[in-house]
Write a new protein. Structure first.
Length: 261
């Protein structure tokens, strides 16, 4: 089965924005005498009840975002059990966050717990029917189960919600290829190339499609382009690029081997 891409960071639900509370304004609730008498206390003493709730909410938000960042780092390190543990903590505190379900579903999927993965993807979509990444991830699940028509439909939904979701274009192209619809697959890959991202991956998959079609010249050209782009990959994606580069080299050797004997 061909590898399909995971949800990218923009869908992860991790935000770094911080809220500030105007502490000085809260002191206006007290007279100068009261302020003098209470000067030994922490300034939070003078914060109104509404601002206390706001600070509490801010603190929870910052803590949750830090936990999401740790979960992302653990996932990038392949520590999926730890990722799941952290995201479960977040879901227990706030069961309404679709991104947390989507990300936990991806961690379940990567660790081979497929039924738990699909349950989380479905819950994420129920909570937020406009979350493009959840449809992409659910499509990957369907494709892994051989449910290719359902996968195509979910990739379509991803693209409807986010027309520049390059991973969905690539994944759907791979699925069309698995269905024997090579021309449709090539159309997907050509559009993905116009988006300008993940070119090494696109060339690799388009090359494989040409290879299966019997257009060996186009296949060789795309494999060579893929190897060039993959050798320049960002360090953060180096592991995936290395695996794909090895796969492309195997495909290229498979193609050239009849001429080398």
């Amino acid at each position: 089965m061909n590898a399909r891409f995971s949800l990218n960071n923009q869908d992860s639900g991790i935000h770094q924005g911080r809220l500030t509370v105007p502490l000085a304004a809260a002191a206006s609730h007290y007279s100068q005498r009261e302020l003098k008498d209470c000067q030994c206390f922490h300034p939070e003493t003078f914060i109104s009840a509404s601002n206390q709730r706001e600070i509490s909410s801010q603190t929870r938000l910052e803590k949750d975002n830090r936990l999401r960042q740790v979960a992302l780092e653990k996932a990038q390190q392949g520590e999926y059990s730890k990722t799941i543990e952290i995201l479960t903590q977040l879901i227990d505190r706030n069961a309404g966050n679709a991104n947390d379900y989507n990300n936990r579903g991806l961690a379940y999927f990567q660790s081979g717990q497929l039924e738990l993965a699909i349950a989380d993807y479905n819950q994420a979509i129920q909570l937020n029917p406009h979350l493009a990444g959840a449809y992409n991830n659910r499509a990957n699940y369907y494709a892994s189960q051989g449910r290719l028509e359902e996968a195509i439909a979910d990739y379509d939904k991803t693209i409807d919600l986010n027309p520049v979701h390059v991973r969905a274009w690539i994944n759907q192209g791979i699925t069309f290829r698995d269905m024997g619809e090579y021309e449709q697959a090539i159309d997907n890959f050509e559009f993905a190339l116009r988006l300008g991202w993940l070119k090494g991956h696109v060339y690799a998959e388009r090359g494989r499609t040409y290879h299966l079609l019997g257009d060996w010249n186009c296949a060789i050209a795309d494999y060579q382009r893929a190897l060039e782009h993959l050798s320049q990959s960002n360090p953060s994606s180096a592991s995936a690029a290395t695996r794909l580069r090895q796969q492309v080299e195997n495909w290229l050797n498979e193609l050239l081997s009849p001429f080398q004997s």
